[in-house]
Design a protein around this ligand. Sequence first.
Ligand code: ADP
Length: 529
Amino acid sequence: MKRNKTWIVLLMLALSAVLVIAGCGNASTSKTANTESAAEQTETAAGTDKDAQASTDTDKEETEATSGASEISYTPLDQLQDQYDIIVIGGGGAGMTAALEAKAAGMNPVIFEKMPTAGGNTLKSSSGMNASETKFQKEQGIEDSNDKFYEETLKGGHDTNDKEMLRYFVDNSAGAIDWLDAHGITLDNLTITGGMSEKRTHRPTDGSAVGQYLVAGLVKNVQEQEIPLFVNANVKEITQENDTVSGVKVTFNGTDDKNISAKAVIVATGGFGANKEMIKEVRPDLDGYVTTNQEGSTGDGIKMIEALGGTTVDMDQIQVHPTVQQENSYLIGEAVRGEGAILVNADGQRFVNEMDTRDNVTAAITKLDGRAAYLIFDSGVKSRAKAVEQYEKMGFVKTGDSIEALADEMNLPAEQLQTTLGAWNEAVKNKKDADFNRETGMDNDLSAGPYYAIKIGPGIHYTMGGVKINTDTEVVTKDGKAIPGLFAAGEVTGGLHGQNRIGGNSVAEIVIFGREAGVKASEFAKANQ
Ligand code: ADP
């Protein structure tokens, strides 16, 4: 798929594990993947302020999955019905969560996913799921409060978050952790992300990336509950009768158009980070940027909802990640800098506090020729930041036994690079970076050869804006009126994060509001039998 083959590898790996366990309830279409081991590539943590950045060495664990052939199965087209109680558009984290709640409420839901596999961008998330006052925090002696979670998220979002949504979000976060646990998805390993003062980022027990584990767990439950999940099912339009949502128009396998009716529709189509045109429209300055998003993140849900009179918020709020390998749009995690790497320009000079916020580091790189910079590090960083091994396997890492050899390899001026590293090692020794006032990721100098470099540039990472919903996940019009029968949850919605998303809050959002969408759509469907 697209330029990033690793994406499908990750998906296959995550789902293969699940389906072996689940026994494939609805299965009969299948794919086989022969895979190399693959590591998580994307992080969701957003650096927000300086002290928060200190946590970057701990908040993004990277995992390795094992290799092997896998059998992946989805509901075959001949099982398609003309009518369901609830149609869920999008088979990512929010969609699968919503479908599970709808099923638990006694409904007959269906999931339509336009890509050949489920998982969406959810599968790529790594840092974890934020939640406060959880049983796991209590067990581990972490004193936290929903109010603190609220205040810190608001501060991280520069006070621009939708406050009602945020209140609902924090107050229901612990319940979402319990709900996942009850579904066999246990997030009991706690860490901290940028902008948070407590360990409230919940990860799988082994500290691995949350996305693969969460998607695997959700698919397993969807299969066990025998919820039909159709892939290659591209929803083109949401239909209405008498101003109430009545179903969807969906194209299967690119050719087969069908009208399917339902009493309620949940839009869980994710963001628009892979839609260059939409990005250009709202942020002309980001024209031409690569994206870390999966190719299905094209904002379809936003357009379909706008066609029904739904409104949007914060559409121009787009999180750009500063360190993305450009040829493969592959995200190079903040952990590399957190463990001590520096950034240099084509002249071999540092040009920014590498541990500044994402927006500031991005702005500094954007000013450079070709929007390109080089992460420079030594074997110490390589051994501490596990993900580097994966970057090496992907062919992104250049190496040299000496600084000079590395400079030659990278076409950087050797003398200047030596001077830069010398000055940096002095700064680490004196715990004072007079040039750029970096304060974190300075526990170790860069003196243990061999040396390494990765060429990077900024990439579109997450779209914070989207359609406006209320805390009942009803899609609302400009004047705040709910569109009957239309619900939405996840990255397709806007408002919760305001101008800056905190790492770990997107996964929390899809579970918390995905659940609510399933519950509320079911209530609506029952009331309108
Ligand atoms: P979230 O985190 O909000 O769940 P994801 O990106 O994980 O978002 O999942 C959204 C899913 O919706 C993706 O798998 C994407 O391919 C799918 N999707 C997007 N547009 C459509 C569409 N028109 N029809 C069906 N599925 C869609």
